[in-house]
Design a protein around this ligand. Structure first.
Ligand SMILES: NC(=O)c1ccc[n+]([C@@H]2O[C@H](COP(=O)([O-])OP(=O)(O)OC[C@H]3O[C@@H](n4cnc5c(N)ncnc54)[C@H](OP(=O)(O)O)[C@@H]3O)[C@@H](O)[C@H]2O)c1
Length: 282
């Protein structure tokens, strides 16, 4: 029997590459995106990999409850099951906490936290009935180690980590496994097209404008050094989907492993001084 995988945010980056990876592993993939007119890149990648017949595109915006239930119900009507859910959709809100409006921080949580909660809650009853399933949460190293200037992004990922840890224990005896995939920085659209800078943070009158400019220069300089291809993350997601008994956490990326290592090894006061100096926000 062909397994069914549903992925959110498949129009670019990790979601797109995971759709191709899972189709290569013989899953039938429901590659969802909030705007299906953006499917061209996925169609091209699927055609190159010769797996177009194993990928179908469906509309799903994780902040729109009706679009979530429609996509999930349609998948069940057409395929009767969902074996793997990849909660991947996300964006990054940037700006010093003092310069961000509360609405902007809430918006970050609506997508990166409540969006995944809503899709997961829609899918659980079907996995419960089939007595099996994998729920893969694409979180981030920013959900393990707080990162300045993207504090709201970090907080949304910390929230998802905590919720998923508890959910894993709740669902274990039902035959459903919850897994956290925690990437460091990889080459995708997230720091290009899907980064939102707070409205006030962009303004010269913002209390932290000068520090934000310095930080932005730091990001540009580091981004220019080149980030690794996100294919490695998609490959890991494929491995986790197929694993008979996956772990709770999978960290991926040298930078992510280094951050965890330094956070564990250094006393907090040394660690915070080092981050402040490295990011030039002091
Ligand atoms: N790349 C990294 O360095 C990195 C590191 C750690 C974690 N991550 C996580 O990886 C996940 C995927 O990001 P990515 O790096 O692959 O970036 P990406 O290329 O920007 O992809 C993000 C995807 O999420 C979609 N999306 C945003 N808001 C949505 C919504 N409300 N409903 C449905 N889809 C929505 C985007 O759709 P549109 O095309 O419509 O904008 C896009 O398809 C995110 O959760 C991110 O936090 C990325």
């Amino acid at each position: 029997m062909q397994k069914i995988a549903l992925i959110t945010g498949s129009s670019s980056g990790i979601g797109l590459l995971s759709a191709v990876e899972l189709a290569r592993r013989n899953y039938h993939v429901i590659a969802t995106m909030r705007d299906p007119s953006r499917r061209e890149r996925l169609d091209k990648a699927a055609a190159e990999a010769k797996i177009s017949d194993r990928i179908e595109v469906a509309q799903l915006d994780v902040t729109q409850p009706l679009s979530i239930s429609h996509a999930v119900q349609q998948t069940i009507r057409n395929h009767q099951r969902i074996d793997v859910l990849v909660n991947n959709a996300g964006f990054a809100m940037a700006g010093f906490a003092e310069d961000l409006y509360l609405d902007e921080i809430r918006k970050q949580f609506e997508t990166n936290f409540f969006g995944h909660v809503a899709v997961t809650k829609e899918v659980i009853p079907f996995m419960r009935a089939q007595k099996s399933g994998r729920i893969i949460m694409v979180t981030s190293i920013a959900g393990r180690v707080g990162q300045p200037v993207v504090g709201s992004y970090s907080a949304s990922k910390f929230a998802l980590e905590g919720w998923s840890e508890a959910l894993r224990i709740e669902l274990r005896s039902l035959g459903i496994r919850v897994v956290l995939v925690e990437p460091g920085a990889f080459e995708t659209d997230i720091w290009v097209r899907n980064v939102e800078i707070g409205k006030l943070a962009m303004d010269a009158s913002a209390p932290n404008h000068a520090r934000a400019q310095r930080f932005s220069e730091f990001v540009k300089k580091n981004g220019d050094k080149g980030r690794p291809s996100a294919e490695a993350v998609a490959h890991l997601i494929g491995k986790v989907a197929d694993h008979p008994n996956p772990k709770l956490r999978y960290v991926i990326g040298t930078d992510a492993k280094m951050a965890l290592w330094m956070r564990a090894l250094l006393p907090w006061k040394s660690y915070e001084k080092m981050v402040e100096k490295f990011t030039q926000i002091g």
